[in-house]
Design a protein around this ligand. Structure first.
Ligand SMILES: [Fe+2]
Length: 456
């Protein structure tokens, strides 16, 4: 029995293997390109390393591609083969991977929660919980799963900065922006490679409509640094594009998309989600994305039967709806068949909300705005169940607002925009949209007042 950098017992063939695994987890938490190489080193030092096999299985699932699920199952088998003499904590990880291989995110979450209950310093379990709570749309647990171990950590411990950045993001997603900003900045100070810290701070600026600060932060941390980060760098640049979009600098958004966010070779779901939602936002602002939609549709049309994350499917529908209508129809049929036949996390979310959300996106992209409103408006309070952040899911609120306007349902659009400016009084674009709707309703004085709010 050996111990990792945090003092936890690890079953492995040597201390060198455990040290290599520590470096693997650090690389993973840094979003570093060499995570796979580090893991390979740990497994070379100990080919029967149970926790390393679990983590390798996690990585296959984290890629969010159905084709990789059998490879995760293979890692589960390797982990189970060595599971006779492992610790209770390691058994939790094996159970978590087993549940994940059944596409049961609740089961995986329960296993990691058990791990951190007895081992509050299990950084890997905390990070995995951060993923599942995020993609199950549970922002309270996103915050509180870190809270459940928080007092067991202190600044002198290795990895403390990652706890800060996870805590910061959970606080941001639950509206505690001051504390989120403080912890996010401290995490970045401890470790400028912590992309999650950069990300948490970017989200705070976004939610507060602090455009100048948001742009400066991302230029400082991402554009002029962060070259060691893997594709998550695209998501951070997507955040920069969102800032530019809110500033109505649409030409700059498109230029950033073409030069730094679009990656013709990438099939990663987060990249595809970044790309699709950005193009749709541009389209809603009246900026045609042209052939970029075809390029995206080509990437997703072969993945219509995957159904791993509802969040991803709602984004896959965006290019299909506009550039491949036949595929969009087949995609919806595939979702219907899956949710009728399966009993996993995806199926339950599809039944509750994401099937209708996908249909609403398809309707919007097809120009059927009234149908879009009819599908989306009843489920809008449940959209969080698809997972993702407030900033990411905001595209669906924008779709509903634009569909309501285009369908001539101006009082609905007005109420949605009232709601939006009430929550985000500094959001100039929303005030301008509201002014437009008020003019359509003949309320000229109120429109002028809304425009005054939109002024910088
Ligand atoms: Fe984000």
């Amino acid at each position: 029995m050996f111990r990792d950098a945090l003092g936890l017992e690890v079953t492995a063939a040597s201390q060198a293997a455990v040290d290599a695994f520590d470096k693997t987890i650090t690389a993973y938490l840094d979003f570093a390109n060499d995570t796979g190489a580090r893991l390979k080193e740990a497994l070379t030092l100990d080919p029967a390393f149970v926790l390393a096999h679990c983590f390798k299985g996690y990585l296959f699932h984290l890629m969010g591609a159905k084709a990789l699920v059998p490879r995760a199952v293979k890692e589960l088998e390797l982990a189970q083969a060595g599971a006779a003499h492992i610790t209770a904590r390691e058994q939790c990880h094996v159970r978590a991977l087993a549940a994940w291989c059944q596409l049961d995110l609740q089961g995986a979450t329960a296993a990691w929660e058990a791990a951190i209950r007895d081992n509050p310093r299990d950084l890997l379990a905390v990070k995995m919980l951060h993923f599942t709570h995020f993609y199950m749309g549970d922002s309270q647990s996103l915050r509180d799963s870190v809270g459940r171990v928080w007092p067991a950590w202190h600044e002198a411990m290795p990895g403390y900065g990652y706890m800060l950045s996870m805590r910061a993001f959970g606080l941001e997603e639950t509206g505690a922006y001051d504390e989120a900003l403080r912890l996010g900045l401290r995490a970045y100070e401890i470790n400028p490679n912590d992309a999650w810290a950069v990300h948490a701070v970017a989200h705070v600026h976004d939610m507060r409509d602090q455009r100048v600060e948001g742009l400066a932060w991302l230029d400082q941390t991402v554009v002029s640094g962060g070259t060691q980060w893997h594709n998550f760098r695209y998501h951070l640049l997507w955040h920069k594009a969102l800032v530019l979009h809110e500033m109505e600098r649409y030409g700059d958004v498109l230029a950033l998309y073409d030069s730094a966010i679009w990656d013709a070779k990438s099939d990663e779901y987060l990249d595809l989600a970044n790309n699709t939602s950005l193009l749709l936002r541009l389209e809603m602002a009246g900026i045609g994305a042209g052939e970029r939609w075809q390029a995206l549709a080509a990437k997703v049309q072969g993945r219509k039967d995957e159904h791993l994350l509802a969040f991803v499917d709602t984004h896959f529908m965006m290019p299909l709806g506009v550039a491949a209508p036949d595929h969009a129809a087949q995609f919806l049929e595939s979702i219907d068949a899956y949710m009728d036949g399966a009993d996993d996390t995806y199926a339950s979310v599809a039944k509750a909300v994401s099937r209708d959300l996908c249909a609403a996106v398809r309707a919007y992209q097809a120009g059927h705005h009234d149908a879009c409103v009819e599908l989306l408006e009843p489920v809008r309070a449940l959209v969080h169940l698809i997972g993702g952040s407030h900033a990411q899911r905001d595209v669906f609120t924008e779709i509903l607002i634009e569909a309501a306007i285009k369908a001539g349902r101006h009082t609905l659009a007005r109420s949605l925009l009232y709601e939006r400016v009430s929550a985000r009084p500094k959001n100039a674009r929303a005030w301008k949209r509201l002014a437009y709707v008020l003019r359509q309703l003949g309320d000229v004085d109120a429109a002028m007042s809304a425009m005054r709010h939109a002024a910088p």
